[in-house]
Design a binder for this molecule. Structure first.
Ligand code: NAD
Length: 260
């Protein structure tokens, strides 16, 4: 593993790795969106220091848990809606548009990759998407505004019009099965990339955090950019500790200029 030597937080080393790669795949976590104003899970002040997650099992058995889950979802969705994509979201979209990246695998649920210009078909959302809802049984889609109005009027958690199943925000809750098609696509990307670039993930949530390991074992180089060290740093070709925005501004100075 190479630590960075240059005076710009490792931007030169990261640029060299990117320039030397033809099929880059990014793996992103909550840390890519903190500079857009969305708190992550594990940093001080992060979501976990303020509230316990509501597991899928609790959602299914308890009306109180369902209503609390909806309340949190509506609150967070307002935060997501007000947030703007930052240089990292835009840079990854550019790499894909230029044909240098095969896609982005994200653990995020905030919709900022697509709002940052990434084509939806180039994104794998391993943990779903919080900006809409679906029936947990038949997967029929529902919009959050309609769900909010319905809960306000009926004071109970909504059921699917089609099959009567519970409607829930389209995220993968703790304890819920991972979406098979997305896991398959993520593994395919990991197995076929020549560089996996991890941005803003503590790499603690499984099975998602296994994706960079699959890429490295399949022969790709691995670069990790995160504020704090991760347990995979020693396994990576480059591990940078720093702020994503500052380091990527050094890698993509033209984009940084356009965004300011
Ligand atoms: P995490 O909270 O476990 O880790 C985030 C990591 O990013 C931390 O190690 C932190 O040090 C680092 N970080 C934060 N801001 C940074 C910055 N500006 N520059 C560099 N590093 C920075 O998040 P995770 O690994 O994605 O896993 C947690 C789960 O949280 C995921 O399943 C995800 O679905 C969910 N989540 C998503 C969002 C979102 O969609 N924006 C927000 C919170 C949690």
């Amino acid at each position: 593993m190479a630590a960075f030597e240059s005076g710009n937080g490792g931007a030169d080393e990261l640029r060299r790795l990117l320039d030397d790669s033809q099929r880059i795949v990014a793996f992103t976590g909550a840390g890519i969106s903190t500079e857009s104003g969305i708190p992550d899970f594990r940093s001080p002040g992060g979501i976990w220091s303020r509230m316990e997650p509501i597991t899928f099992q609790k959602f299914v058995v308890s009306e109180e848990a369902r209503l609390e889950d909806w309340r949190r979802r509506f609150e967070m969705n307002r935060v997501y809606g007000e947030a703007q994509p930052n240089i990292a979201h835009v840079a990854l979209a550019h790499l894909v548009a230029e044909g240098r990246s095969a896609g982005v695998v994200t653990q995020n649920i905030d919709g900022l990759h697509v709002r940052g210009g990434l084509a939806a078909e180039s994104l794998v959302e391993l943990h779903g998407n919080a900006t809409y809802a679906h029936c947990i049984s038949c997967r029929r889609r529902y919009e959050l505004d309609a769900m909010e109005a319905q809960i306000e009027a009926e004071k109970r958690a909504p059921r699917c019009e089609e099959c009567g199943g519970f409607v829930k925000s389209a995220i993968v809750s703790f304890g819920e099965a991972m979406p098979e098609a997305e896991m398959r696509r993520a593994l395919d990307l990991a197995e076929s990339c020549d560089l996996m670039l991890v941005l803003g993930s503590s790499l603690q949530v499984q099975p998602a955090a296994g994706i960079p390991v699959v890429a490295r074992r399949a022969g790709a180089r691995l670069a990790i950019l995160n504020r704090e060290s991760t347990h995979l740093d020693g396994f990576a070709n480059l591990a940078l500790q720093g702020e994503i925005g500052a380091i990527l501004a050094g890698v993509f100075p033209q984009l940084a200029g356009e965004l300011h």
